[in-house]
Design a protein around this ligand. Sequence first.
Ligand code: ADP
Length: 169
Amino acid sequence: MRIALYPGSFDPPTLGHLSIIQRGLEVFDGLTVAVLKNPAKDALFTVEERVELLREVLGNDPRVTVKTFSGLLVKFAQQENVRTVLRGLRAVSDFEYEFQMANMNRKLDPQIDTLFMMTGEKYFYISSRFVRDVARLGGDVSGLVPPVVQAALEARFAASNAAPGGSTK
Ligand code: ADP
């Protein structure tokens, strides 16, 4: 069985992520979607909420498992016994960071390699950060995220906008 690890923040999961997962499943027998627990990052959804959203969106496809990890990706890959990391590339601006990270990971564990998929033309402009910003400002995010994620975003911002002081977090 060829399994790849697809790591990311997924805050929230977008159609861009889903497209990479679907295309990844054409190449690999299975994928482990690994949600990074990063306390330093200014998150909208908790890690548990992101895992739940991913599970809802992915349905019960036995080929995909959603897990969380913290710390070094290579250590998690070793624990999982997986040697391939899958990443999506949107633009030249993604390239430098991804290039450095892929090489750093390979330096840390030469058995682990990273495979990149170019985003489709429908998704190249979608990032979780922009989705969060658009939703926070009341913009329409249908076509950027799956319906369950759209509903979660609407609920999150409806609740915060109704709160005294209108906090957006
Ligand atoms: P973001 O950068 O949107 O916050 P993540 O950190 O969750 O996303 O990214 C996880 C992986 O998914 C990364 O490899 C990232 O490049 C990829 N990815 C994110 N959005 C897209 C997209 N629209 N098309 C292709 N790949 C994407």
